[in-house]
Design a protein around this ligand. Structure first.
Ligand code: ASP
Length: 595
């Protein structure tokens, strides 16, 4: 037996026990001829003492031992001498006096420190992920993830859900990204597609009468690597029969309330029940459909007032069908010109031509790009609408409404970060509903589903699909948490005619539709219950609960930002013979194609 106890479990009550421990050398100190080692395993740290008077051989061997060596010891648990206790350690009242020491495996010097939470280059961390995962923070993140998933499984099991695995080698399930394809050896020229989600299969499970399905499902989407996307990610995929939108939302809402209570009780949910925002309301108030509700600074539409100003920038925007909206950055009225220029540069990245402002300084002065165009009454009307007080900075964007939303939505979050308004211990969940059913794709001159093509329109909006599709709303819902969409779902179409109508609306050729989704259309003719579901993203949820800035921190073996596994070096070329077996020939892109 290597160990009788873990390194985290010995207490004063174990005083005098003979124990065996095994783990990694976390830290080592020599003190007055005695060697102290903090021995670490996944469960904690314990101090072991090598005293030349008690075991000269062990003490001598310990001299050669370095950080991260794997060792095993036998010894006796002792109360630490008065004053030597460590209150920060669960085992801090005791130490283990070693009689016998075994080196199980030495270690090279790690490329970064394991025993300190020091910044290390991310690619180095990913290359040596097995070392990175030894660090306390990563160990906690991986454990948190386990708790989240375990909670979800138990919760759903108690409510009659079945966890069912669905294939990874399947056919395209479009979720708005490119498919990862897997060539078939036995069927030359044919390919499986890895699921972008198990969407079709979970719907087919409803046709199969499962009624309540879930899966902790891996999904694959070949997207351009922006921000913290991963080529493969995990979601809680869930589907229910005989439900309306409210039924799915209520279940998921309760699941998250209970999950927070159980798994991260130190965090506080801002509002229960979760606020429900209509899509348009979310856009008007926050400029985005995944708003952060932890702070105010909402967008205010002043187009009607701006129109009276005679300021040409405002006039132009409104003449072109746009609008003028602003936010009140409370307390920033004394920002210098240079600081405001920084904000202007920030919004320009997202398409705004500039940022108009009125700084109402704490001394009561007005500094502004356009106040000279305003009559005292008009200025007062703007101040009233924006609830401006001395010391406030009013920031405005005048443009096409999409640009106004995009830039002010981002500026609002950018300022909240600067102003420290983003309390990581507060969880502001909300639902966003009543999305437009389809959105116009100007490039391809067709309608795109705003969710996916199996989502049902609102029943009362079905006639609009023929006359004014842009006005129809979908039966979909997004769950939002602190500035992130953490899951989306919908009530589905369960009727062949309506599904075909939607395929047609989004310009899917009937032959292509039949080839890709014929099995779904056929299934819908064999008694399909009304059904709906959702798919919250596990990576993102864990990231927020762990207070991490990106999902790589909560995934054991993520790809880097260039979609590479730098540890195993994947993707990598394969042997010519393998390609031959797969009937594949590689045509390398030319330099110009690469960019
Ligand atoms: N399949 C959707 C997604 O992966 C979720 C759903 O509609 O249930 O985003």
């Amino acid at each position: 037996m290597y160990k009788t106890h873990t390194c985290g479990e010995l207490r004063l009550t174990d005083d005098g026990k003979i124990v065996k421990l095994a783990g990694w050398v976390h830290r080592r100190r020599d003190h007055g001829g005695v060697t102290f080692i903090d021995l670490r395993d996944r469960f904690g740290l314990v101090q072991i003492v090598l005293n030349p008077e008690i075991s000269p051989e062990a003490h001598q061997l310990a001299e050669s031992i370095r950080m991260e060596w794997v060792i095993q010891v036998e010894g006796v648990v002792r109360k630490r001498p008065e004053g030597a206790e460590n209150p920060n350690l669960s085992t801090g009242e005791i130490e283990v006096e070693v009689h016998k020491l075994n080196v199980l495996n030495p270690a090279k010097i790690p490329p970064f420190l394991i025993n300190k939470d020091e910044e290390a280059d991310e690619n180095t961390r990913l290359k040596y992920r097995y070392l990175d995962l030894r660090r306390e923070k990563m160990r906690n993140n991986i454990e948190l993830r386990h708790r989240v998933v375990k909670f979800i499984r138990d919760y759903l099991d108690q409510r009659g859900f079945l966890e069912i695995e669905t294939p990874i080698l399947f056919k395209t399930t479009p979720e708005g990204a490119r498919d990862y394809l897997v060539p078939s050896r036995v069927h030359p020229g044919e390919f499986y597609a890895l699921p972008q989600s198990p969407q079709q299969l979970k719907q087919l499970l409803m046709v199969a009468g499962v009624e309540r399905y879930f899966q902790i499902a891996r999904c694959f989407r070949d997207e351009d690597q922006r921000g913290d996307r991963q080529p493969e990610f995990t979601q809680l995929d869930l589907e229910m029969s005989f439900v309306e939108r409210e039924d799915v939302m209520n279940l998921i809402e309760d699941l998250f309330i209970q999950l927070v209570k159980e798994v991260v009780p130190q965090k506080r949910i801002l509002k229960i029940p979760f606020p429900r925002l209509k899509y348009q309301e979310a856009m008007d108030r926050f400029g985005k459909d995944n708003p952060d509700l932890r702070f105010g600074m909402e967008l205010v539409n002043i187009s009607d007032l701006a129109q009276q100003s005679g300021f040409s920038v405002f006039d132009q925007a409104i003449l072109n069908g746009g609008s003028v909206r602003g936010i009140n950055a409370k307390g920033l009225g004394d920002y210098t010109r240079k600081q405001i220029d920084e904000l202007t540069e920030f919004v320009k990245q997202f398409g705004a031509k500039g940022l108009a402002y009125i700084a109402y300084t704490s001394a009561g002065e007005i500094r502004s790009t356009f106040a000279k165009f305003l009559s005292p009454q008009l200025q007062q009307a703007i101040f009233d609408r924006m609830q401006a007080e001395k010391g406030d900075l009013l920031l405005f964007v005048a443009d096409k409404v999409e640009i106004v939303y995009e830039t002010l939505g981002r500026l609002r979050v950018f300022l909240a970060e600067k102003l420290n308004l983003l309390d990581p211990n507060v969880l502001a969940f909300c639902w966003v509903i009543d999305f437009p059913y389809v959105v116009w794709n100007e490039e391809e001159k067709r309608w795109d589903p705003s969710h996916h093509l199996f989502t049902s329109p609102m029943p009362e909006d079905i006639p609009l699909l023929d006359i004014d599709p842009g006005k129809a709303r979908g039966q979909q819902y997004d769950l939002v948490l602190n500035n992130y969409e953490i899951g989306g779902g919908s009530i589905r179409i369960h009727d062949r005619q309506l599904q075909e109508k939607v395929f047609k609306l989004i310009g899917l050729d009937p032959d292509v539709a039949r080839e890709r989704f014929g099995h779904m259309l056929e299934a819908f003719e064999y008694g399909t219950p009304p059904h709906g579901g959702i798919a919250p993203g596990i990576d993102r949820i864990c990231m927020i609960l762990a207070g991490e800035p990106n999902i790589r921190e909560v995934i054991a073996f993520p790809k880097n930002q260039a979609a590479r596994d730098v540890m195993a070096d994947a993707p990598s070329p394969v042997e010519e013979k393998q390609l031959e077996e797969l009937h594949i020939r590689v045509v390398y892109p030319t330099d110009s194609q690469k960019s």
